[in-house]
Every structure is written in C-alpha cells, then in structure tokens.
Design a protein around this ligand. Structure first.
Ligand code: UD1
Length: 422
C-alpha cells in the first residue's frame, strides 16, 4: 500500500488548479441512467471513486468512454443489460446507491446492494428509501440488497426529509424527473453539487425549479434527452488547498475557485487571520502575520461549514494561537484524525461530537495512519507544517478524492513524495 512522505519545508507560493467536484461527478454519472441518449461530462476529476462508479455503470450495461486523460466522460445508457448493482462494487463506495433512483424511474425495477464507503459513522440509506416510497416505489430488503419495483412507473408525490441529506435529495430528484405528475421535495439539500445536478438534468429536459433552496419542485416528463455538462469546481479540494498556505505561510492562488462555493469557510479563515482575495482566475490565499488565531467551527449542511473540511481545519487549528472548539454535527464518528494529529504533538480533547484543540507552536513529524479520505489529507497538511518528516500510511483513501496531490502541492514548493508500497 502506498504512503506519502511529507517534510516540513516553510512557506508555499504559486498556483494550484482545482479539479471538478468528485461528489458532483458521482451524482452526474448515474443521471445517464435516466436517458437512452448520450451524456457527456467535461471537467471530470481523475479519481479512483470515479473509476468505481464507471465500473458500476458498466456492470449495468452503460457504455463509458474516458477521453482527454479522463477529463471527459462520454456515457451512454441506450442498452441497459442488467438492473442489479452488485455488492462487490457497491461496498467500495456509498455513492453507488445513487443508481437506484434513476434505474427505477426509467425501467420500473432495480436491485441495489446496501452500500459501504468511508468508516465515518453508521450512514444508513433510510432517507433514500423513504423518498422513493413516497414516489410509489415498492421496496423490499433481502440479503443485503434493496429490491425496488414501481409497476406502471413512479408517481409524483411529496417528499419531506426530517433532516438534510445530500445523497437522498439527489436520488429523489433524479427519480422524480420521470415520475408521473408533480413532486415536491421539502428540506432538500442546497449543496452546489445538487445545483449542478439540477442544471444538468434541466439540460436533459427535466422540469425542475427551486435548486439552491430547500424546496424543489419537479414536474415529471416522459423522457429525458442527452446533454453535455461541465462538472462544477470541487469546493472541498479548493478548501483543502486554501489551507496549505494558511498552515505553512506564503501565498497560493487556487485556480477555478469562487467565494460562493466556500463562503462560510472563508469567514472562518478571515477570523483566523488568513486573507482570501477573489481574482479573475480563482482565489488567492495568504497568511498575513505569524500564527493564525483559534476559531470555533460547527459543521452544518450547506451553506454552513462543510463536514468534509472539518479534519483539514483541525490541522490548521493545531498550530493556532489559543483554543478552538470544533463541533461535528453531520457524522457521529468523524474525529479519527485527532489521535493521529496527537501523535504529531497536537493537543486535542475529544468528547462525543466535540473536539477542543489547544494550538501548539509547532507540530513534529511522525508516522501516522490515514483513516478516511478527508482525514488523510488533514495529516498531509499537518505534515507540511511540522518539523521533520511525516509518513502518512494507507493513502488509498486519498486517491479516492484527490488527484495528483503530490504534484499539486509539490508545484507550490512543498516537499512531498509518494512512497510505493509492496
Ligand atoms: C455526501 C458527500 C459526503 C459529505 C456528505 C455531507 C457524496 C458522494 N458524498 O454524502 O462527502 O460528507 O454529503 O455533506 O456526495 N443519513 C441518514 N439516512 C440516510 C442518509 C443520510 O441517516 O438515508 C445521515 C448520514 O448518516 C449523515 C447525514 O444524514 O449523518 C448526512 O448525510 P448525507 O448528506 O446523506 O451524506 P452523503 O450524501 O452520504
């Protein structure tokens, strides 16, 4: 298994290009199942999660052609040959559940294994299933698989989520595009990835209003067409690289970044003493003087502070002046990076969903273990700011969500290399 070796090396300067969003691409790809016409996605990120979704779609009979070194994905579902999403693929990635709504909406039946993914809490799919039931689906759970049927097709209905779920909103909105009649989704997620999905579906001919608000209204249509759609910028990759100069000093311009994608995060950076400036090409981030100040963070659905940037923000707070409190409100088991950061000299006290971090002057390099996708990159950020060498083991999680991390950070002056595993 590969590792990443990072050596603390002072300020970072230069530009980092930000890729298309993994989480947007993972919901745009299954949207192909709604139509027998081709869907072309541009600005796709080159990640192992995208390969997993490709394998899953291919197993259903979708033709997937990867062009321009993976940055363009041409998908065609004109000949679906299989309606069973197998456990062996689905267990690798939770987003696999997103094939359920579209397949059911198009053909009236689908069998999908219950998913796996990052070990950051129980992460059930009950909201996905309840939403599809509200559209008339008949569901049965058998031997780890969801067997879904909609004889005569799905019917529009009202879906009211008890709390915000990104994936369940995506499944519901895709299913509703081909349901008969009107669907109202209340307490819908407002994440930029949902807005991106809706814009793509609209290009395909779907009748949807309310994207970016908590109520979506969908008027079902008989068929959807093909489309060409650019994947929105990855706000989590953006926020991660914005933290690199914040933690090491220097000035880095993140190309393709926009404040609107990371507003609540920028407010925290500003409070910590890190400057963010919108340029023509992206966002320029610089740490002004000396150590950053401690700030408190509560993770929330968009437009709140994203849970997917909590681990990276904790790495920054480890060397801040003062004590910060980070509260994780989305996932119940998302502080697994804390004991690893403590191996590097961080002072962190975790109680339930709250971590109290007392900043230290300097972290010290150590061998550490990546436990999930965002945790692994937080350890890399910490290593960039630490004295000596940090070896981040088990980086396969990292490759699920960050393309060419060594290259991108190396380009702005970081001392970082991949150590090939056996
Ligand atoms: C998506 C993102 C993930 C991000 C998360 C929250 C993708 C591929 N992944 O995950 O990176 O961390 O949003 O911003 O887009 N829940 C239930 N029942 C359900 C569904 C969710 O209880 O049926 C719970 C989850 O366990 C969690 C909370 O709801 O506690 C929010 O999860 P959700 O928004 O659904 O996350 P994902 O769509 O899985």
């Amino acid at each position: 298994m590969d590792s990443i070796l990072v050596t603390g090396n002072g300020p970072l300067n230069g530009q980092i290009p930000i890729a298309g969003a993994k989480n947007a691409c993972l919901t745009l790809m299954p949207a192909t199942l709604l139509s027998d016409a081709p869907l072309t996605l541009t600005n796709a990120p080159r990640l192992s999660d995208i390969k997993t979704m490709t394998t899953l779609l291919q197993s259903l009979g979708v033709e997937v052609t990867s062009l321009q070194e993976g940055q363009v994905l041409a998908l065609s579902s004109h000949n679906l040959t299989n309606h069973v999403a197998d456990y062996d693929i689905v267990r690798k990635m939770r987003a696999s559940i997103l094939v359920l709504g579209p397949m059911l909406a198009r053909d009236g039946h689908a069998v999908v294994s219950l998913p796996g993914g990052c070990a950051i809490g129980a992460r059930p799919v009950d909201l996905h299933l309840k939403a599809l039931e509200a559209l008339g689906a008949d569901l049965e759970l058998k031997e780890g698989y969801v067997h879904a049927k909609a004889v005569g097709g799905l019917k529009g209905g009202t879906v009211e989520f008890p709390f915000v779920s990104v994936g369940a909103t995506e499944n519901a909105v895709m299913a509703a595009t081909l349901a008969k009649g009107t669907t109202i989704i209340k307490n819908a997620a407002r994440e930029p990835e949902i807005v991106d999905l809706v814009h793509c579906l609209q290009k395909m001919g779907a009748q949807i209003t309310g994207e970016g608000t908590s109520t979506l209204e969908i008027q079902g249509v008989d068929r959807l067409d093909g489309a060409t759609h650019p994947v929105v910028t990855d706000r989590i990759e953006l926020g991660t690289y914005m933290l690199a100069p914040a933690i090491c000093g220097g000035e880095v311009e993140c190309l393709g970044g926009r404040i609107g994608l990371v507003k609540s995060f920028c407010e925290k950076l500003d409070a910590a003493g890190v400057s963010v400036e919108e340029t023509k090409a992206g966002l320029k981030v610089a740490r002004k003087n000396g150590r950053v100040r401690a700030v408190d963070v509560v993770t929330e659905p968009f437009p709140g502070f994203p849970t997917d940037l909590q681990a990276q923000m904790m790495a920054l707070m480890c060397t801040a002046q003062g004590t910060s409190v980070l509260e994780e409100k989305i996932f119940e088991n998302r502080f697994m990076h804390a004991p690893e950061l403590m191996r590097m000299g961080a002072e962190i006290d975790v109680h339930g969903g709250t971590a109290t971090v007392t900043g230290v002057e300097r972290l010290k390099g150590a061998p550490v273990m990546a436990t999930d996708l965002r945790a692994s990159v937080s350890l890399i950020l910490a290593g960039l700011a630490a004295e000596g060498e940090t070896l981040v083991n088990r980086v396969y999680h990292l490759d699920r969500g960050y393309e060419r991390v060594e290259e991108k950070l190396g380009h702005v002056g970081a001392k970082i290399e991949r150590v090939q595993g056996e």
